[in-house]
Design a protein around this ligand. Structure first.
Ligand SMILES: *Cc1c(COP(=O)(O)O)cnc(C)c1O
Length: 403
């Protein structure tokens, strides 16, 4: 399908479709609904058997030794940061091209987020920049598997081991991906997941921390639930009786409900199917867009067998007479409703007031000017995919400049 000089809807042409399509959407089937209803008819709405069942399933799916589920991906990052021992005065290195929570988790602990620039082809954090920014105050690295493609775990882990840093992998996009044949979630010191509805599997709101360390595991359990323990071995005083428990740290209530856990258990059964479909759609997009000089396709590293959460359309602005904003609006006029992931975190007023300034990470800032997130989710039909390709091609060709 090559459409030369078809008039885009934004300047009066006919839209490629009549109904809107969004950048992400959950897929819930009857098995999911039944799983939730069954819990609602059971004895436990929270703190029940579905939590352990889900944690065991996440361990099976990812190969991690331990899993601690919690109320959302942000809570997962917070308890991971606490378990890592991040505290006031520490520095935590992360990428600016991520959701705010990846850096906020350092601020929650009184630490200072330090932004490392990205690799301009993969858009993931550049290990060389992490290495250059490491000093005696650095405590941890929060590495984000942006779009679902794994960060360079070998090099980051080596650096973290050599400098006594904790590697927290923000794996909100990564479920279903393998790095050198091993599932992400079983490699870094801790990996956090999110189960928000736009992510690959969902339970409405939900998160998890995966780890192979028994020590982190025990701390994560404490911070998830008020810092309270019923484990006699962890207690500091004699037990007063069968009802007795102790608060031994300052934790939060970040628990997940059994309704959500049941939904996620059911969703995880569909992960191979979700993953396969996402890969198909990415392949179709890549094939179509690699033919257009106006578009830059995200580089895939051979170490990562990627289940993509996001598809990033990057504009080669030298080959286009319009900027990202107009391209984005032109897609909207075709009824393709996109998004942008992400605004560099330190552009936000809150971070500006903390003293961060533009210019910190030039490659990240350039990327931000040129990107649009296209629709990518399991339930997209073949026609949906073709409509997106049609709309992008139509706009890219209409506004093409040669030179
Ligand atoms: C979604 C997301 C989070 C936060 O997850 P929530 O479940 O929404 O709290 C954190 N980091 C990244 C990279 C995300 O995409």
């Amino acid at each position: 399908m090559v459409i030369f000089m078809e008039k885009p809807a934004i300047c009066g042409g006919t839209p490629v479709r009549d109904t809107k399509i969004y950048y992400g959407h959950q897929y819930i089937d009857d098995a999911d609904i039944k799983a939730v209803v069954d819990v609602m008819k059971s004895d436990y709405l929270t703190c029940g058997p579905k939590i352990r069942e889900l944690e065991e399933k996440l361990c099976r799916v990812t190969g991690a030794k331990y899993a601690v589920v919690c109320s959302n991906g942000t809570a997962a990052l917070h308890i991971a940061a606490l378990a890592a021992g991040i505290k006031e005065g520490d520095e935590v290195i992360t990428t600016p091209i991520t959701f705010a929570a990846s850096a906020n988790c350092a601020l929650y602990c009184g630490a200072v987020p330090v932004f490392a620039d990205i690799n301009e082809e993969t858009y993931n954090i550049d290990p060389a920049c992490v290495e250059a920014l490491t000093n005696e105050r650095t405590k941890a690295v929060v590495a984000v598997d942006f779009t679902g493609q794994s960060v360079e775990l070998d090099r980051l882990l080596r650096h973290c081991r050599q400098n006594n840093l904790v590697l927290i992998e923000d794996g909100a996009h990564v479920i279903g991906t393998r790095y050198k044949g091993q599932c992400n979630g079983s490699i870094a010191d801790m990996t956090t997941l999110s189960f928000h509805p736009v992510k690959t599997v969902t339970c409405g709101e939900g998160g998890a921390v995966l780890t192979n360390s028994g020590e982190y595991y025990r701390k994560l359990l404490l911070y998830r639930s008020h810092g309270i323990t019923r484990d006699l071995q962890q207690m500091e005083h004699e037990s007063d009786g069968p009802w007795y428990y102790e608060q031994i740290a300052l934790g939060m209530n970040y628990r997940l409900t059994d309704m959500q856990a049941a939904l996620l258990i059911s969703q995880l059964d569909k992960l191979p199917m979700f993953s396969a479909r996402r890969k198909e759609i990415v392949k179709a997009y890549n094939e179509a867009f690699s033919k257009l000089p106006q578009i830059i396709v995200q580089k895939e590293i051979p170490e990562s067998d990627t289940t993509r959460h996001l598809y990033i359309l990057r504009l080669n602005t030298k080959k286009l007479s319009i900027d990202r904003r107009t391209f984005f609006e032109a897609l909207g006029a075709e009824n393709i409703c996109c998004n942008v992931h992400y605004i560099p975190i330190y552009y936000f007023p809150y971070y500006e007031k903390l003293g961060y300034k533009k210019g910190l990470c030039p490659k990240a800032e350039k990327l931000y000017e040129e990107i649009i997130s296209l629709p990518l989710y399991y339930a997209m039909s073949e026609k949906d995919v073709q409509d997106v390709i049609h709309a992008v091609t139509k706009i890219a060709e209409y506004y093409r400049v040669d030179g």
